[in-house]
Each structure stands twice: as C-alpha cells, then as structure tokens.
Design a protein around this ligand. Structure first.
Ligand code: NDP
Length: 441
C-alpha cells in the first residue's frame, strides 16, 4: 500500500497497485478456504494429491466437480447462529470496558460479556447433546454448506459496512477514505462502526460468532472422529486442550482485547470481516477437521513434547500480553518478574491537536523482544501443526496463516508506532533491539 503518512492513524491514498493487491486477496482468500476443504474432503488431506487432481482434470472440471455447494439447511442454521449470537451480545449483562484513544481522540466503551456468551452457548449445546436433543456432529456433517454461508457473509458484511461508512459513519473523524472503492472495501472505512451506542460491529464480528463457533466446531469434529473411528486420538485431545485454553483465555481477558491492533488500529472491512467470519471457523479448526478424518496416534513422548511446546507458547503469549496491559493500567506502578517495571514515558498527539502520554514497557518479555507475544502465539501454532502431521502441509494451514498475519502485521505496526511516538520510538528500539527473537530477527 502506498501511504501518505501525515499522521499515525491510518491515512491512505490507495495506488492502483494497492487496489489490485486488494482485489487479488478478495478473490484468492475464499478460494484458499475452499481449496483446503476440497483437499480434506476428496484428496486425503494432501495438497500434493489435490494439485495432481487439478492438473489431471483442468481448472473448470475440477471446480465443477469439487467446489462446495450451498445448502438451505446450512444457510438457515448460519443465519440463526448469527441472530442468536447478536441477541446474546446485546442482551447479556456484562462489565463496561474502555478501549484506547482513537486517532481522532475518541475513547469508546464496550460491553464485554463474551465469557457469558461463550459459556451459555456451550452449556446449551453440550447440555442438549447430553440429553439427546442434539447430535454434536451436526456442524461437521453440514460443514460444506456452512463453509459457503460463512464466505457469503464474509463478502456481504464488508459491503454493508462500506455503505455505512459512506452514508452514516459512527465516528466521522476516524473514517479513512482511500480513493479506491476496492481498497476501501478491503481495508474498511470505519475504525469503529456501531449500531446505536453499544452495538460495536467490530467487537461483535471479531469476537463472537466466529470465535465462539471455533470450540463448538472442534467438539463437532471430535465427535465425528469418535463416531467414525471409535475413539478420540491423543493428537485430537492435544488440539482440543490448546484451542479451548486459547479461546477461553480470549474471553476471560476480553477487556485486554480492546487494546490490541485489531480493535485499536485496523479498520473494519473485508480483511477483518472475512478473516473473522470465514477464516477463523475454517482455518483455525483445520487440525480437528483433519484429525477427524485421519486420526494421528502420537507416542507418549511425542504427545508430551507437543503439549509442553503448545502450553509453553500459551504461557509466553499470556504473560507478555498481561505485562503490556498492566504497565499502562497501573501507570507504571507494577512489578514485572519480581522487579519494578522499566518503561519509557512517551508523548503523542491525536488529530485534534491534543497531547497525550503513553507508556512503553522495556522489561520482562518486552525487554526480551518487541513482539514476544507473537513468539508465544507462533509456538502454539507450530505445536498444533506438529500434533497433526510431519508429512502433510494441509493441517499446517493455520500455522502458515498466522505466520503470514504476523509477518504482515509486525512491520506495519512498527511503522505506525514510529509515526505515533517519533523519536521516543527510536529510543525504545535502541533499548529493545530485537523484533521477535533475539539474535535472529
Ligand atoms: P500487540 O498486542 O503487540 O499490540 C501492539 C501495540 O502495542 C502497538 O501498536 C503499541 O500500540 C503497543 N505497544 C508496542 N510496544 C509496546 C510496549 N513496549 N509497551 C506497551 N505497549 C506497546 O499486537 P497485536 O494486537 O497484533 O496482538 C495481540 C495478541 O494477539 C498477540 O499475542 C498476537 O500474537 C495475538 N494475535 C493472534 C491472532 C490470531 O489470529 N490467533 C491474530 C493477531 C494477533 P499503542 O502504543 O498505540 O497502544
């Protein structure tokens, strides 16, 4: 993207190249999701066999034969799911949390009732399954239609948000118009599109239907493995443990999520919309989808090593994110790893010209590297891939996907911080030299 960097908030004039890249990703992303599903369903979970099939049949015959098809039942189920989650989001009580100052100087409030929504949804689903009213395999059995429905919604949602951004934006000062409709559709116009006072479209879509479905989809594929193979493999248990820990962590710490890049800096368009509505339920559950069809039985030593790697990654992820959060909430008055935290006080301006102060932590994980929280996440993703296969690429799709997100995000975030904090950021980088892994990057 060619940016005119007048300010630290997103200020973009999209070049033809940016619009073309956006268009490419808009078309390629759902195709990649379909490609993974076809590989799992028809080609033994192997990209190589799938490529051979594509070369044998030609692109048209291959698409005609294998592309997933919509189904009325799945589409209705999907709409019911969205409505159910929107109802929980709107009506369930929950604490009111505060986000972070936006570039235009807004400090927004959010109802953080995600843990109640997750718990209620799972109690209902597991309770109904236990009492015999619901077969947990229903999600996996209807996955083809759900995959199509989630992609269609991933396309429609950003289009509606684009129209809203032009016609009735919630916070005009935080809207960015790139000059290209395609780029606007892809990266979004509004930073915080809302319906009314508290229905935040970004928090809802990033943090509810997709991520709550994640653990239910996993459970459904575990039930499929049990139904079709008569047992649940230790690899499936490891993936379930790591996923349930990660998702529960997200909801227990929902307040923290309000101060991440997704919520504070990324505008709401196709990138987040399709990402959260279609990529999360499809790519983030890929290990369970794979193992349900092709169970992997790990030795005790392998299982233990993979679990330690994954939980170790989670521990780094959680503790790094916690340290970043408490340094600011305590205004620097906290201990990190048993010592008084070291930090820098930095200044920045919002677009209204007002000056503000912020803290950059320089000790603990944030003294180790500038993105140690990414390191923990990548370790977990690596463990999830290892639990599934050392020979097939397909179950590693999430690991590749997350790595691509981090590779894209890391320099983008650093460039923004440089604009926001100016020379303070350069001093911070001199103090904390490494971006991710000391000695490597
Ligand atoms: P961060 O939580 O690292 O947020 C980066 C922001 O934190 C910067 O823009 C800056 O914002 C602030 N910051 C930077 N350095 C410091 C410091 N030393 N002290 C205090 N604040 C600092 O990034 P993300 O939002 O991308 O990630 C959050 C977590 O979510 C990570 O653990 C990541 O791995 C995970 N994640 C997971 C994804 C998934 O799909 N599974 C996808 C993306 C992220 P400012 O100063 O403006 O407040």
């Amino acid at each position: 993207m060619e940016e005119i960097e007048e300010f630290w908030g997103r200020k973009i004039r999209a070049s033809w190249w940016a619009a073309t890249a956006s268009l490419f990703l808009i078309v390629a992303s759902p195709l990649w999701l379909f490609w993974n599903w076809i590989g799992l369903e028809y080609f033994g979970g192997s990209y190589l066999s799938e490529i051979a099939g594509l070369r044998r049949d030609g692109i048209l015959a291959f698409s005609f034969q294998y592309l997933p098809r919509a189904s009325t039942k799945a589409s209705q189920g999907y709409i019911a799911w969205l409505c159910f989650q929107a109802t929980l989001y709107y009506f369930l009580p929950g604490p009111i949390s505060t986000g972070q100052l936006t570039p235009a100087g807004h400090l927004l409030k959010y109802k953080t009732n995600g843990l109640s929504a997750w718990t209620m949804t799972h109690c209902l689903a597991f309770g109904a399954a236990y009492l015999g009213y619901l077969d947990l395999t229903i999600i996996a059995d209807n996955w083809e239609g759900l995959l199509v429905a989630s992609n269609v919604y991933g396309f429609v949602l950003p289009a509606l948000c684009l129209v809203k951004g032009y016609v009735a934006p919630s916070y005009v000062g935080d809207c960015k118009y790139s000059g290209s409709l395609v780029a606007d559709y892809f990266i979004g116009v509004e930073l915080n599109p809302r319906l009314g006072e508290l229905f935040d479209l970004k928090l809802f879509h990033n943090g509810r239907p997709g991520i709550i479905a994640w653990t239910l989809i996993d459970a459904s594929y575990a039930a499929i493995q049990f139904r079709d193979h008569g047992y649940i493999s230790n690899s499936m248990w490891i993936v379930l443990i790591l996923h349930y820990t990660y998702v529960l962590d997200f909801f227990v710490n929902e307040d923290w999520y309000l101060r991440t890049i997704d919520m504070c800096h990324d505008h709401f368009g196709y990138y987040l919309g399709l990402g959260c509505m279609a990529a999360v339920p499809n790519i983030y559950t890929i290990q369970c989808q794979y193992l349900a069809r092709y169970p992997v039985n790990l030795s005790h030593t392998q299982a233990a090593a993979i679990l330690v790697l994954g939980m170790g990654g989670y521990a780094i992820f959680r503790s790094a994110n916690h340290q970043k959060d408490i340094i600011r909430s305590s205004n620097g008055q906290c201990d990190i790893w048993g010592r008084q935290a070291q930090y820098m006080r930095c200044t920045y301006k919002t677009e209204d010209g007002r000056k503000h102060e912020s803290l950059l932590l320089c000790s603990g994980w944030w003294g180790f590297s500038r993105h140690a929280n990414y390191l923990g996440d990548l370790m977990q993703a690596f463990a999830l891939g290892l639990a599934c296969s050392s020979t097939q690429f397909l179950p590693w799709a999430y690991t590749f996907f997350l790595s691509a997100i981090m590779i894209n995000r890391l320099p983008r975030d650093e460039a923004r911080c440089r604009r926001k904090y100016g020379k303070d950021w350069r001093t911070y980088c001199a103090k904390v030299r490494w971006r991710l892994l000391p000695g490597v990057y």
